[in-house]
Design a protein around this ligand. Sequence first.
Ligand code: SLL
Length: 152
Amino acid sequence: SKRLKNVSIARPFVYGNTASPLGTDRPASASPDHSHSWTVFVRGPNGENLDYFIKRVVFRLHETYPNSVRTIDQPPYEVTETGWGEFDINIRIYFNAVAGDKSITLYHRLKLHPYGEEANKVPPPPVVQSVIFDEVVFNEPTEELFNVLTSH
Ligand code: SLL
C-alpha cells in the first residue's frame, strides 16, 4: 500500500537479561559448574504484547550452549538457561510482513554478576539485571503498517 511521506512512527521495547545465583534447587539440566540461572528477553516496556509487528526473535548464544541459535516465533520472546559465564548475545528481531519483513540486530552482554556500587552491597542482590530501553523507528511506513501500529 501507499507510503506515508515525512512520517516516522516509533515503537518502544526493552531487551536485556535477569540472572540469579543457583541455590540448592538446581534444575536437572544444570551441569555442576553452572552458577547462575538467567533469562534474556525482548519485550514491551510494560509487558505489552509486541507480536503485532514482531514475527520472530533469534537469540545467538555462546557456542558452549547446545543448539546455540534459539529461534522464538511467539511471545514471550525469551530464553532461560543456566551457566557460569558472561558473553555477548546477538539478538535479531524480525518484523512482520506488514512491516516489510525487515530485521534489526542488537547485541547484549549477558550480566550475571553485580558491578560497581552494586557489587559492594552485602548481601548481594538476589537478582541482577541489565536492561536497555530502545525503540524501533519505521520511516515512511505504508498506510497499512501505520494503521496496524496505531491500532495497538
Ligand atoms: C567467559 N568468554 O570466559 C566467556 C565465555 C561461556 C559461557 C562464557 C556454559 C554453557 C554450558 C556457559 O556458561 N558458557 O555449559 O552449556 O566468561
